[in-house]
Design a binder for this molecule. Sequence first.
Ligand code: NAD
Length: 475
Amino acid sequence: MSTPITVAYGDGIGPEIMEAVLSILRQAEAKISIDVIEIGERIYNKEWSHGISPSGWESIERTKILLKSPTTTPQGKGHKSLNVALRKKLELYANIRPCISYHPVIENKFDKFDIVIIRENEEDLYTGMEHRLTGDSYQCTKIITRSGSEKICRYGFEYAKRYNREKITCLTKDNIMKMTDGTFHTAFDSIAKEYPDIKAEHYIVDIGIARVATEPENFDVIVTENLYGDILSDIVAQTSGSIGLAGSSNIGSKYAMFEAVHGSAPDIAEKNIANPSGLLNAAVHMLIYIDQADVAKLVYDAWLKTLESGIHTADLYREKRSKRKVGTKEFAEAVIDNLGKKPEILPSLVISSGVSSEMSKIQSNFEQDYKVRKLVGSDITLAWDGSSNFDQIVKLFELSNLKVIAIYSKGLEIWPGYSKSSSDQVTCRFVVNNEKKIITNSDVNDLLIKLEENRFDVVRMDKLYLYDEKKGFFS
Ligand code: NAD
């Protein structure tokens, strides 16, 4: 029985690489039935600002699997990222990007490495919640959940276990972002205890990425947050010889999307020179996902054999190592000719049982970790033109239920101590005046009204809570 999949040809080099990949899948007798949808530039220019039409969504709803070519994100007002929309709407929480060295067949600076980057795909600074607070200042909201962190870390450990990987590295910046990145790191440490056979380590992301870029052979599976993973995976993909080689899987509990790592490359579109390997690798992972591992192996081996025989597209062609420079179509034909042949230099695909769609069922065993949540104050951000002084605010609330204990500018405490802000906004920390008194939302509302009555310009408000006496805020 064939598995229905939705296919999107995308923009730029998208149609030519998709045609090449589908021709290989057809000849390899992949049991798939294809439903083609339109996405990208043409759709953006119609009325759908996300670059996908309602019938496109319907097709994905039906098949639950999308093989996608890259799309061009038009510059300008009102256009939203199609990829971000797909990941969020389809709840594709895990992005898996294997990055392998094909040395000595393909030139790269390192002999050997085989890294799998597992990136959280729905949270972090990609919320799209950005605001202009004042004339000078802007903010972007970073959301990290304990359940999302546990789920992606568990996915990482399960992946490592099922693929017989020895080590998993977590990258965060929890020395600075103690609550958000701290939550991710804590989730990693607690899940690691359930997998004693897999070595678990953590690096601060800056030194971690520097090490991956200079000694990739020392890394195995990496699990990290959305933004760090985004940056890291392009660095590692490029390290393997060409951005045109890597494919990625985006996995959720109901849907999955497979695509190349690179973009629509408009500079080389419609010239029959693009490398279809990234999308082909994504398709190989799709075949594993739909339980057609035998076809996946057949295609992957033929692809490796083609690279080994020196048949290379322009991005990989080097006079010393390559034998024949070919176009997109001819490369696909060479892979088809090699179906059934085994690579002799490069390692074949390792497929472990149960790595298919079963992995997507991973859940976090999220449990509430507190009994009582108590409101103890509020951080209130004011637009600040310097015409008032801080003592005025402090004095105003001296006898209220909430009093000012500190004033910050861009996170730096400027009162008590200094009395000037270097920016056009300040954040006042109000806490309960009498610790024995219980405050409610009405006290915070009264605070906001009093500030407004006294002509202070509130641009933002955050509440301060204790979770079973443990602070739920930081500064
Ligand atoms: P890009 O990846 O398209 O191109 C970067 C460079 O790599 C270019 O020189 C290009 O010619 C080359 N390249 C890329 N893929 C190649 C391939 N398969 N074979 C040979 N060479 C290849 O990145 P960009 O130029 O920054 O982005 C172009 C467009 O793609 C933008 O509109 C961007 O928003 C979009 N984009 C889409 C996706 C996606 O749909 N998943 C991802 C990244 C970028």
